[in-house]
Design a protein around this ligand. Structure first.
Ligand code: FAD
Length: 289
């Protein structure tokens, strides 16, 4: 199907994009890689009258270390995150998540900013970024604000982004030494999107006990869910296979997934424990060096 007709603008700067968003309000949409918005427009699930392409705006792409933070430009494509030496060195779980998104074409066109702004409940980045304690830099005519992942993702396809805000950067704290990150995904066999996935950041004491853990699960609700019961069980425990399995068994605690055409809610709860265990084991192995 063809999308409804629209007027196209190619913004040359963040300021120009904000100006156009402010002028056209709810009738306008930003276009980044177009790999979520264009399909939605073709299905007439979205019909913006004004499309503001930020794809060529300079300065919004790339990965840099900024103090104690990894700063990722909103226009950085999935493939560049998967292959970035900085990401692989500091946050291998994020590189893993980027490398299992869609196919080669999607990974070379889709942007991390577009993925989190779209907030698909079956997307990969929201899960791992929640586990990593990432924050999002949003710019509007009123200035710049930074929101944590926990505050940014609100509901199905809904974030805290205001209509005239541009997401410019994703900031991820560099984990201290003795930490490990990992991402594990059960992809839908037809679409490749998340059925269930788990993202983990954990820190390990030299004695082998878990100092702290953040575990996020995808596929069980309207967005990434923190597996707080799993995190609490891990805390202070030796990172043995038994302790990890006991903690992972609680990955779906408090979640209320729905049955869908592919699978049942019970199956999702079951695989959430399996994929949480795999991600925690891998993060613990990396934390041990
Ligand atoms: P766009 O489609 O351009 O935009 C998406 C939304 O975000 C729009 O509402 C737009 O206005 C808004 N937006 C974009 N950039 C900004 C910004 N900087 N500030 C504010 N708002 C902004 N994703 C997965 O996670 N896992 C998968 O397995 C997966 N498989 C896919 C398979 C296929 C065949 C396709 C087509 C897509 C798949 N995707 C998957 C989605 C893909 O990752 C998208 O590229 C991504 O979700 C959106 O990024 P984009 O740059 O294409 O955004």
């Amino acid at each position: 199907m063809f999308p409804a007709s629209f007027e196209y603008f190619a913004a040359r700067s963040v300021e120009e994009a904000i100006e156009l968003l402010t002028k056209h309000g709810e009738d306008a949409k930003l276009l980044a890689g177009g790999h979520s918005l264009i399909p939605a427009m073709k299905l007439r699930l979205a019909a913006p009258r004004y499309l503001i392409d930020i794809g060529q705006v300079p300065g919004l792409s790339g990965v840099n270390v900024d103090g104690e933070t990894l700063a990722i430009g909103a226009l950085t494509v999935h493939a560049d995150i998967a292959s970035s030496d900085l990401v692989r060195q500091w946050l291998p779980g994020l590189a893993e998540a980027a490398s299992v998104i869609g196919d080669v074409q999607v990974r070379n066109r889709g942007t991390i900013g577009g993925s989190v702004a779209h907030a698909d409940p079956a997307a990969d980045f929201p899960v791992i970024l929640t586990a990593l304690g990432a924050s999002f830099v949003l710019v509007s005519p009123s200035g710049r604000r930074t929101l944590s992942a926990d505050d940014f993702f609100i509901d199905f396809f809904t974030t805290a982004l205001k209509p005239n805000e541009v997401l410019t950067e994703i900031r991820v704290p560099l984990p201290p030494s003795g930490s490990g990150t990992a991402y594990s995904k059960l992809p839908h066999p037809a679409s490749g999107y998340v059925v269930v996935s788990a993202g983990v950041l954990l820190s390990r004491q030299p004695s082998g006990q878990c100092l702290s853990a953040r575990v996020a699960i995808g596929g069980l609700g309207s967005g990434p869910l923190r597996a707080k019961a799993t995190e609490a069980v891990l805390q202070g425990q030796p990172l043995t296979a038994e302790a990890i399995a006991a903690a992972a068994a609680k990955a779906a605690e408090g979640a209320n997934p729905d049955d869908d055409l592919y699978t049942s809610a019970d199956y999702k709860r079951h695989v959430a424990a399996v994929y949480a265990r795999r991600a925690i084991e891998e993060a613990a192995r990396r934390a041990a060096g």
